[in-house]
Design a protein around this ligand. Structure first.
Ligand SMILES: NC(=O)c1ccc[n+]([C@@H]2O[C@H](COP(=O)([O-])OP(=O)(O)OC[C@H]3O[C@@H](n4cnc5c(N)ncnc54)[C@H](OP(=O)(O)O)[C@@H]3O)[C@@H](O)[C@H]2O)c1
Length: 305
């Protein structure tokens, strides 16, 4: 297929573009700077400079492609995670950016739109498994994600072909800033555990997030969770990270104190035991790292070889 990727220069994109190329697809990708364009060229993708918010220019850029994969996001780094302005920028990319992508894909006659979302949209379900039909929660941070999903589904409804929304778990691995920061902290004996240590975190190694993007090119229109096979409790997730770094964990923070930050940290404090059965059954996709135990070990091998 000919695939156009937006956000191909980001954390997930840095894994997804090579995975798409390795699967035999021809990739065009949005580049915002000459340096990013050069990096895409080195990977084997064709860079294009175009605004994510300019529908006409996007439609021209999308012409002749079979699919558009929208991985553009502006999630702030951990140090600015609580900043309202930083989150506003992210909402703009998710909300207005995804609308422009869907409209431009419709105008260009593209057959498929794959849209990034997150599985932090689900309600806390304690120990219960969560599938794509489980109840969601519309707290402020998720506004942009729901808008992005709606635009993917609108693409399907307006006759564009298949709109696919991918609800990624908490992703980790080389190239994700927050995960490299967590890895460095763990090496200093500090584990990050948000909320109840017995609550679940549903995670995905970025290499597996990338193969899920490839699989989504064959999936029927709809919404799919992209998480590994075995969500761990937050305690076990932190322990898996500590074991991967080889450092004994002395401190787990902020724990239940994270609840004091209310809805601004609710995406991290809730218990989410999310299932990946729909994507596996629909496409045959299988994560290479069945849980964060294997995934953090693989990450450690890259970050501290
Ligand atoms: N979901 C989670 O698990 C989670 C949790 C906490 C933090 N995070 C952090 O969130 C980041 C998420 O990774 P990601 O790949 O989604 O994001 P990312 O690494 O920040 O990449 C975002 C992509 O979107 C592009 N982009 C941003 N604003 C744009 C705009 N206005 N127009 C066009 N393109 C735009 C970026 O382009 P440029 O390359 O030109 O900037 C980049 O290609 C990671 O760094 C991670 O550390 C994720």
């Amino acid at each position: 297929m000919r695939v156009f990727v937006t956000g191909g220069t980001g954390a997930i994109g840095g894994h997804a573009v090579p995975a798409l190329l390795a699967a035999g697809h021809a990739v065009t990708a949005l580049a915002r700077t000459p340096a990013k364009a050069a990096a895409l060229e080195r990977q084997g993708a064709a860079p294009v400079r175009v605004s994510l918010f300019d529908r006409e220019a996007l439609a021209s850029a999308f012409a002749g492609h079979d699919a558009v994969v929208n991985l553009a996001s502006a999630i702030p780094p951990m140090s600015r995670f609580m900043s309202t302005q930083a989150m506003r920028d992210n909402h703009r990319v998710r909300d207005q950016g995804s609308a422009a992508v869907a409209d431009a894909a419709l105008a260009a006659g593209v057959g498929r739109v794959v849209q990034e979302s997150v599985c932090m949209v689900y309600r806390d379900q304690g120990d219960r498994w969560i599938d794509e039909d489980a109840p969601v929660d519309r707290y402020p941070l998720t506004r942009g994600n729901f808008a992005a999903e709606s635009n993917a589904h609108r693409f399907t409804q307006e006759g564009g072909g298949a709109g696919v929304a991918l609800r990624f778990g908490w992703f980790y691995g080389p190239g994700a800033l927050h995960s490299e920061q967590m890895y460095a902290l763990a090496g200093r004996h500090v584990g990050l555990v948000f909320g109840r240590p017995g609550g679940y975190v549903s995670a995905i190694h970025m290499a597996d997030a990338a193969t899920a993007v490839v699989a989504a090119l064959e999936a029927p229109a709809g919404t799919y969770n992209v998480v590994d096979d075995e969500p761990l409790t937050k305690r076990d997730f932190a322990d898996a990270l500590a074991r991967a770094t080889g450092a004994r964990m002395w401190l787990r923070v902020p724990g239940r104190a994270a609840h004091l930050f209310g809805h601004r940290l609710t995406s991290l404090t809730r218990s989410l035991r999310v299932a990946n059965a729909r994507l596996r059954a629909s496409t045959g996709w299988t994560p290479r790292h069945p849980s964060a135990r294997e995934g953090w070990r693989a990450t450690a091998a890259v970050l501290t070889p």
